[in-house]
Write a protein that binds this ligand. Structure first.
Ligand SMILES: NC(=O)c1ccc[n+]([C@@H]2O[C@H](COP(=O)([O-])OP(=O)(O)OC[C@H]3O[C@@H](n4cnc5c(N)ncnc54)[C@H](OP(=O)(O)O)[C@@H]3O)[C@@H](O)[C@H]2O)c1
Length: 255
C-alpha cells in the first residue's frame, strides 16, 4: 500500500512545533503544499528553509487562535492562494495542569478558547472550503484524557472530550460532502509543550521519560515519528473509508 499526499493542499494548525512541524516537513517531502499556522515566526522560517528543495512546499500564515477573525483569515488565505483544501490537521493546543478544585476561571477560559473554540471555528472554515472543492480529510488531535482525564487536567480533559464530539459530529453529518473526520488519540510525547510544562513542575526530561515508561504498556513514550505516519495515512486517500474513528497511537496508555 502506498500512502501519497502528492499535490494535496494541507493546513496544519500548530504547524510550528512538535508533531505539527514534523508532519509539515513530511507532507512537503511527499509532494504536498502545506500551510502551517501558529504565532512563532522564527520557527516557521526555519521549517520553510528546511523544506526547500522538497517536491512540495510549506507556507506560513501567522494566526492567533484566540481570535476567530484570525482563524477566518487563515482559511481565506488558503482559499485565495490554493482555491481548495484536501486536508486539515488541528494539532495546536495547550495543556496546562489544574485539578477540578484548583482550576481558575481564567485557566478554564484559556483552555476552552484554544483547545475547543478555536478548533470549532477552524473546522467551520475547513468544512466550508472542502464542501466547495469535493471533500477532504480532517484530523483532530485528541488525547487519552478525552474520556475521563487525569486528575490534574480537568478543563483540558473536558475540552478534549468536546473535540471528540466535534469529530464524530463532522464525520456523521458531512460524509455526504465526502468530508472525513477522525480523532487521533495522541500518546504521551516529549514535545516542546510537554517538556515546558514538566520543567515548570521541576521534572526533567529524563525523569519524565522514566515516569512515562512505567505508565505506558509499550514501555516508552510516544515519539513524534510514531505519530506522523498515522496522520499521513488519515490525510491520504488510502484511508478513504475511515471516518469517525478514535485512531489511537499511544502505546496502550489507559488500557
Ligand atoms: N505532548 C503530549 O504528550 C500530548 C499528548 C496528547 C495530545 N497532545 C496534543 O498535542 C497538541 C500539541 O500540544 P503540545 O503541548 O505537545 O505542544 P507543542 O508541540 O508545543 O505545539 C503546540 C502548538 O500549538 C500552537 N498554539 C498554541 N497556542 C496557540 C495560539 N494561541 N495561536 C496559534 N497557535 C497556537 C503553537 O504555535 P506557536 O507556538 O507558533 O504559537 C504550537 O505550534 C495539543 O492539541 C495537545 O492536546 C499532546
Amino acid at each position: 500500500m502506498e500512502i501519497s499526499l502528492d499535490k494535496k493542499i494541507i493546513v496544519i494548525s500548530g504547524g510550528t512545533k512538535g508533531v505539527g512541524k514534523q508532519l509539515a516537513l513530511q507532507c512537503a517531502a511527499d509532494g504536498a503544499h502545506v500551510v502551517i499556522s501558529g504565532r512563532d515566526e522564527a520557527s516557521a522560517a526555519r521549517i520553510i528553509e528546511a523544506a526547500k528543495g522538497a517536491p512540495g512546499s510549506i507556507e506560513f500564515k501567522k494566526t492567533d487562535l484566540h481570535s476567530v477573525e484570525s482563524i477566518r483569515e487563515l482559511f481565506a488565505f488558503v482559499a485565495s492562494k490554493c482555491n481548495k483544501l484536501d486536508g486539515f490537521v488541528n494539532y495546536a493546543g495547550i495543556t496546562p495542569a489544574a485539578s477540578l478544585t484548583e482550576c481558575s476561571e481564567s485557566l478554564f477560559n484559556e483552555v476552552f478558547d484554544i483547545d475547543i473554540k478555536a478548533a470549532f471555528f477552524c473546522c467551520q472554515e475547513a468544512v466550508k472550503l472542502m464542501q466547495k472543492t469535493g471533500g477532504g480529510s480532517i484530523v483532530l488531535v485528541g488525547s487519552t484524557h478525552h474520556r475521563r482525564g487525569n486528575k490534574d487536567r480537568t478543563a483540558y480533559a473536558c475540552a478534549k472530550g468536546a473535540l471528540f464530539t466535534l469529530s464524530n459530529h463532522i464525520a456523521r453529518h458531512y460524509a455526504e460532502d465526502k468530508i472525513r473526520c477522525n480523532y487521533l488519540v495522541m500518546g504521551w510525547t516529549p514535545t516542546d509543550g510537554e517538556l515546558a510544562l514538566r520543567k515548570s513542575q521541576g521534572i526533567s526530561e529524563a525523569d519524565l521519560r522514566k515516569e512515562a515508561a512505567k505508565a505506558i504498556p509499550m514501555g516508552r513514550m510516544t515519539e513524534t515519528d510514531d505519530i506522523v505516519p498515522g496522520m499521513m495515512y488519515l490525510l491520504s486517500d488510502s484511508s478513504s473509508m475511515l471516518t469517525g474513528s478514535e485512531f489511537t497511537l499511544n502505546g496502550g496508555e489507559l488500557i
